[in-house]
Design a protein around this ligand. Structure first.
Ligand code: IMP
Ligand code: MG
Length: 173
């Protein structure tokens, strides 16, 4: 049976959040030629909308991590998939995430990237499920705060489904 979806953020609210984040990033990264590191797969829609609001030179890399199996609970262990970007020493790095939940994934990635001696390292996340945090993670550019519910849409999936929805929904009543 298909689970019920309840609307959390309509596409206009998401667009407003993206514009606000882009304004902050435009202010901070002009002339820095940053390398945006987008975490696949969930951030792909956010990244596409965000970068079209950024009006300075930048580069984009994708990184693949895995912390989730099927279902809605983090397995805790985070792994880096092969093909991680290598030329990041001395670059201004901005990690682009769809959601920070327990924080384990972002903490792992920031630690991993920090060891490669970037010029700077910051985190931008479209959503923040702050109530679920298990490790401290500083979100430099934070979009929407979401309640402790499993969310889908706008690139974010449940078991690979619902990434194509233009709005963000909570799974269940
Ligand atoms: P964390 O390591 O617990 O912070 O989880 C990070 C990753 O888990 C996110 O990048 C998502 O891929 C996934 N995730 C966490 N919460 C949700 C959710 O509500 N919906 C879909 N994916 C989620
Ligand atoms: Mg993710």
């Amino acid at each position: 049976m298909e689970p019920k979806l309840s609307l959390l953020f309509a596409k206009d609210e998401i667009a407003a959040a993206v514009i606000r984040l882009a304004a902050e990033i435009n202010r901070d990264y002009r002339d820095k030629n940053p390398l945006l590191i987008a975490v696949l797969k969930g951030s792909f829609v956010f990244l596409a909308d965000l970068v079209r609001q950024l009006d300075f030179p930048l580069e984009i890399e994708f990184i693949r991590l895995s912390s989730y199996g099927k279902g809605t609970e983090s397995l805790g262990a985070v792994k880096m998939a092969p093909g991680a970007p290598s030329h990041i020493k001395g670059r201004h790095l901005l990690v682009i995430e769809d959601i920070i939940d327990t924080g384990l994934t972002a903490a792992f990635l920031l630690d991993y990237l920090g060891r490669k001696k970037p010029a700077s390292l910051k985190l931008c996340s479209l959503t923040d499920k702050a109530d679920r945090r298990r490790v401290l993670v500083n979100i430099d550019y934070r979009g929407l705060t979401v309640p402790d519910k499993f969310i889908v849409g706008y690139g974010i999936d449940w078991d690979e489904k619902y990434r194509n929805l233009p709005d963000i929904y909570a799974l269940g009543q």
